[in-house]
Design a protein around this ligand. Structure first.
Ligand code: FAD
Ligand code: NAD
Length: 461
């Protein structure tokens, strides 16, 4: 007889394991089916390994400025094998952590590919052996895959996705990165700092085109200092790849030679065809269609995370996991205001934003006032020799409401949640005491400047 659960979760990434744990905390019996590694893309080939490599790259860039800080250190040389081993150990440690969290919450883990077959049945295929479980509710958290460019598909060797780029056995001499979005810019920082000659080719007019133009332009200028060339408004028409040499044809430009071509042009939601067919799921292209309660078109079946293509962010998946879990347990929660989910990019310098951007306000015909404060006049930033960038706070002109915050600078990702707390606020800033000297005082100055009351930002003419 098939084992019975209150909830079966398909996929053990941030969406899946968080939903499973929340369901278990609510007293439900829960199963997770995972076909590869617990922790999903984020833990195994996304957020965590990329940040581990960025951690080494950041340390190296900092150390290069030792002299300026009054320190004399010997020669600096990255040891890529050790950097990779450190990254692998970090991933392994967290994978063990997630596995024991799941076990500690009495969640049963099934290894294999899970297919929802209708009527609460989940079929599990593992190396030819088949098993079946049943559940009252099902949560689909099957994630996403990198988008391939059909004219030059991934070959895993010369034309690679972020997955291979995180585990290269050596630092390539040169790399062309197609796509100047989040993955392209983060991995460009890793490889440029390791001595690789990196060129980013972005189809739109600036890097990180989802952010306001000043953000992408400033990032481009700073990446140039790391030796990264950015070709914006540019398109690759062909890649001719053969054993360690790729010839990249750029529309209207000269051909480029590169040891590796990393394609980072976005990710596509995924859900097994068999599940879609068996449940008759309504889809929006590759994304599973959901309503505000994260219910799919099939009764008792929820979908979350990259599989629904709302944010393509781990913390977006975490939030959706909690809502779906509450609802699977009989609650009535909804996911709203996706623009309030912060965006954080771990480049050098970092980028973070939340709420409405200036360009989004323009599209929405909202008139705005912009409060600005630079890091160069902040005591802590100067002390740390991290003076690049600024914070902009976007305020609705005809009211006092804060609509958005955009930040470029060292450690701004750590301020993204604080910036989120500003959205919708008015002038209560004077009641919040920021310790001095801290980098976060720049957020206070930009916030006050949006009302023309900053102490340290000179008055506007
Ligand atoms: P996933 O993490 O993709 O998990 C889905 C899981 O489902 C996988 O483990 C898969 O094996 C499993 N699965 C799929 N189908 C089945 C099946 N039929 N049966 C059983 N198991 C199945 N986001 C951030 O917020 N911050 C970052 O810094 C960040 N960095 C990133 C860096 C890179 C290089 C990449 C690629 C992504 C990054 N992301 C980041 C995005 C983040 O990884 C994803 O948004 C997040 O992993 C989505 O979680 P998920 O649970 O929806 O899907
Ligand atoms: P992305 O959407 O951030 O960027 C893709 C970029 O490729 C865009 O700028 C787009 O204009 C460009 N592009 C598309 N087609 C192109 C072409 N043919 N030639 C040149 N440029 C082209 O996608 P990504 O960088 O692949 O990342 C995928 C997802 O992973 C993101 O949506 C993000 O949410 C997530 N992620 C998040 C983080 C983070 O939160 N720090 C880090 C990495 C990845």
């Amino acid at each position: 007889m098939a084992e019975k659960f209150d909830v079966a979760v398909i996929g053990g990434g941030p969406g899946g394991y968080a939903a499973a744990i929340r369901c278990a905390q609510k007293g439900l019996s829960v199963a997770i089916v995972e076909k590869e590694y617990m922790g999903g893309t984020c833990l195994n080939c996304g957020c965590i390994p990329s940040k581990a490599l960025l951690g080494s790259a950041h340390f190296l860039t900092q150390a290069k400025h030792a002299n300026l800080m009054g320190l004399e250190i010997g020669s600096l040389k990255p040891n890529w094998a050790k950097i990779q081993a450190r990254k692998d150990a970090i991933v392994k440690g967290f994978r063990g952590g997630v596995t024991s969290l799941v076990k500690g919450n009495n969640i049963k883990v099934f290894e294999g590919r899970g297919i929802a077959a209708g009527n609460g049945t989940v079929k599990i295929e593992n190396n030819g052996s088949n098993e079946e479980i049943t559940a009252g509710k099902i949560i689909l958290a099957t994630g996403s895959v990198p988008i391939e460019i059909p004219a030059f598909p991934f070959d895993g060797e010369n034309i690679i996705s972020s997955k291979e780029a995180l585990s290269l056995s050596e630092v390539p001499e040169s790399m062309v990165i197609i796509g100047g979005g989040v993955i392209g810019c983060e991995l460009a920082c890793v490889y440029a700092c390791m001595g690789c000659k990196v060129t980013i080719i972005e189809a739109l007019p600036s890097l990180l085109p989802n952010e306001d133009d000043w953000v992408g332009k400033l990032l481009e200028k700073e990446l140039k200092k790391l030796g990264i060339t950015s070709l914006t408004s540019s398109k690759v028409t062909a890649v001719d790849a053969a054993a360690g040499k790729c010839s990249v044809s750029v529309e209207g430009g000269d051909d480029l030679e590169a040891s590796k071509v990393l394609v980072a042009v976005g990710r596509r939601a995924c859900c097994d065809k068999e599940t879609v067919e068996a449940l008759g799921l309504e889809m929006d292209g590759a994304k599973i269609k959901i309503n505000e309660k994260l219910e799919t078109s099939a009764e008792g079946v929820y979908a979350i995370g990259d599989a629904v293509g709302t944010t393509y962010l781990a913390h977006g998946a975490f939030m959706e996991a909690e809502v779906a879990a509450d609802n699977a347990a009989g609650g009535d929660e909804t996911m709203q205001d996706y623009h309030l989910i912060p965006r954080a990019v771990y480049t050098f310098p970092e980028v973070a934003s939340v709420g409405r951007s200036e360009k989004r306000c323009k599209e929405m015909d909202i008139e705005v006032e912009i409060g600005k404060a630079p890091f160069r006049s902040n005591g802590r930033s100067v002390a740390h020799n991290e003076t690049v960038g600024e914070i902009r706070v976007i305020r609705k002109k005809d009211s006092k409401e804060i609509l958005g915050v955009s930040m470029v600078g060292a450690t701004v990702t750590e301020m993204a949640a604080a910036a989120r707390a500003l959205i919708g606020s008015t002038e209560e800033i004077t009641k919040v005491c920021f310790p001095h000297p801290t980098v976060s005082e720049v957020l206070k100055e930009a916030w006050e400047d949006a009302y023309g009351i900053s102490i340290h930002v000179p008055p506007r003419q």
